[in-house]
Structures are given as structure tokens and as C-alpha cells.
Design a protein around this ligand. Sequence first.
Ligand code: G6P
Length: 460
Amino acid sequence: MLVASNRGPVSYTLDETGELAPKRGGGGLVSGLSAIGPEAGAMWVCSALSDGDREAVRRGVGEPGVRMLDIDADTHADAYNGIANSVLWFVHHMLYQTPLEPVFDAEFRRQWASYEAYNRAFAVALAEEAAQGAAVLVQDYHLVLVPRMLRELRPDLRIGHFSHTPWAPPEYFRMLPDDIAAKVLSGILGADRAAFLTQRWADAFTDCCHAVLGPGIPSGTRIGVHGLGADADFLRARAHESDVDERIGSLREQIGTAPDGSPRRSIVRVDRTELSKNIVRGLLAYGQLLEDEPSWRERVVHVALAYPSRQDLKVYRDYMDEVGRVASEINSRYGTADWTPVVLHLKDDFARSLAAYRVADVALVNPIRDGMNLVAKEVPVVSDEGCVLVLSREAGAHEELGDDAVVVNPYDISGTARALHEALSMSPGERAERTKRLTAGATALPPTRWFLDQLHALDD
Ligand code: G6P
């Protein structure tokens, strides 16, 4: 069995003395594959992403079962920053803003050629590594051309493709130039099976195939749905290690106590600082709550953990600045000598994320669109005292958790403010009941099961 993804399970940092240090990545795919163990004989093909990774490839340093591809840095930048993150990600999350975007010009065509070269490098490596009849699981929007390229090189292989993002509806998807739209779809249709996190995204993919390629799924590719759940055992154990306890202490200090001496309530969010996560509207909704319901002033703190992501792209750097600006505005408008309404942390720290999950009274998960959103599933599992989930109806997780969350339209700032008020006002009994049901839903499909289900479905 082989797995292919842009970001692999390990990356290397290079220090001043020239030493390489490996760092294991997180995420469902990594834990799913680790859980089935190295004895499965799996090989993971991924891309070198940093200088440390490239140096590791040159020195022949690596982990058993991982092959990192040292693709020319400019080609990778065009494919990853240019096409994958600025075009395909934006299409599936419906993030473009008229009148200037999107721009499909000569520069786009040049980057597309790099995206094809990048996908070809993966297809060639997979064709080299795969035993006769092996199963190959190709991941995400970075590698949509790989299934068809690989099928041409190695017709004996069983190929699956999995999309971790939403899929755009045809009216939006067809913004892509017609030939590119067709290549994206037929690339994935080179697989025996194309799978998605929810039925909604699978249906959108099928609708796009009909709209762009004509009726029927031409290659006979099967379409599947596998919702990814939280890894409860791992999270519960990790959330009770000493570094998490330490961070709980400092978070509680930052949250502080209300004028009557009771602990303040907390509204927590944890995201990559990503446009689709809708962090700014979340902050504005919190500001609106403080305006509309002054009784919450000095009694609540919004803990926003907004970690840097894709900082090579200006639009992401600008978004990060905007998050900081709006948070400061709320603090200067409503803050007092001993109350900071928004506590914003920008430095990536998994232990602090888990600490925030444990202390959260309310978790705000309000993406514009999201393939699944694992934060929505992780918070109830880890929460110490129960937590109310305010959840966007546009997150994949809504399909499984919607009944037990307070559901919002992510564009509606006033509606989100009302939802926060409702969540903060919920009785402890109701909160505990909901947390119990959310936990059951969130852990129904742990990563190992998610992974093995895909593998078995490919065999059927
Ligand atoms: C999403 C994508 C993943 C990606 C992750 C982090 O979850 O579906 O494929 O790895 O974001 O983004 P990055 O660009 O840092 O890999």
C-alpha cells in the first residue's frame, strides 16, 4: 500500500550547526497510518517542503517507509502556492472576491505547467515504488492529476483519491477555464474510487462532472464518503500531560475572574489563520455580543488561537494582520484595567490548543466552508466540564454534529452574536448532555477506521 500527499508525516529542521532534527506531523492521516503500524508495509510518498527536508533528501536521511521527493523549489512553489493554495483551495472554499479575482492569465498558465510537472513527479515515484497490484491512496487537491497519470503508467494498480476539502458546486467550479476544469475532474476520475468527507461534497463533485464532462461518470469511477472522526484515545492521553496542565494555569490567569469573584466564561477558537476559517467575522460577532448584551462585559473572554499558515502568500499575511487589528480594536473599545476581552495567541502550540479545549465553555467553529473541521470534534472529547459548540452549517462536521450544536450561518455576524449568547446562557445540565452526544458523534469514525475503510472499499 502507498499513500501520496504533499505534506508528509515528518519534516526536518536544519540548525546553525548543520544538524537535522525530525519533527513528526499531526493530523488524521498521520495518526491513521501510524495506528495501523509499520508492519502494514506502507510506503508514504510526500514532498520536501523546507530547506531541512531538502537537505535530508540530499544526505539520504529519512524514516523507513517515507520517500520525500525533492522537487525543484520553484516548481513546487508554483504548484503549491500558485495553483493548489491560490486557485484550487479558493475555488472549493468559494473564497474569491470580485471584481479582481480570480485571474486566469499567462502567469496562471505558467503555474499550471508547474502543477502538472509536480503531479507527474509524484506519479513517476509512485509507479517506481508500487508492487504489482498495490493499492495507492492519493490525497487532496495538491495531487488531483496523479490518479490518471499513474493509471497510464501502471494500469495494474488500485488507485484511490481522497479530497479533504469541500467540493465547489458547478456554478462556482466552472469559473476555472474549461480545459483546466476538465483536467481536474478527469485527473481524479483516473482513480478507481474518489472519496470525500461528506455526502454533500461527493454530490458536488458528481454535479461538476456532469456539468463539465457530460452525463454519467465516464470512467466508471466509484464515489465514496468517509467522515473522519477524532482520535479520542490519543487526544485524552495527550491532553493530560504536564505541559498541557501548565498551559491551563496560564490560560486561566489570562481569563481571570469576574467582578463578583466567579471565574469568567470562555469562548475558545483554534484555527490555522486561514481565510476560510472566518476568524474576523467571529471576532466581530463577539464584539457585537458585548455591544448587544452588556451583561457579559467583564464576565467573558474570547480566547482565539490563530496559528500562522501559508505565510508565503500575501493574502494570508494580510488576513493575519486583520485578525490582530480587529482583536485590538475590541480590546481598546471594551477592555478595562483588569479585563482583556480578547486573548489572541499567534504562535503554534499544540499543548496550548489542548489546554484551551479543556477549559472552553463555548467553542466557536464558524468557517465559511470546511471539508470537515476536526476542532469541532476534538473539543467535546477533551473538554473538562462540557462545552457548547457554536458550529457553522457550512462545515462538513455539521452533517454529523449539527443536531447537538448551536448552528450558525457563518456570514451572519449578528446571528453568530446571538448564538454565542445562547451558548453562554445554556444550563450546565444541557451543556453536559450535549457534550456527551457530541463526543459520541465525534468519535464514531476514528482515523484508523477511516483509513482501513478506504482501503477495504478499494478492494471491493
Ligand atoms: C488542509 C488540507 C491539507 C493541508 C492542511 C494544512 O487541511 O486539506 O492537505 O495539509 O490544510 O495546510 P498546509 O498548506 O500547511 O499543508
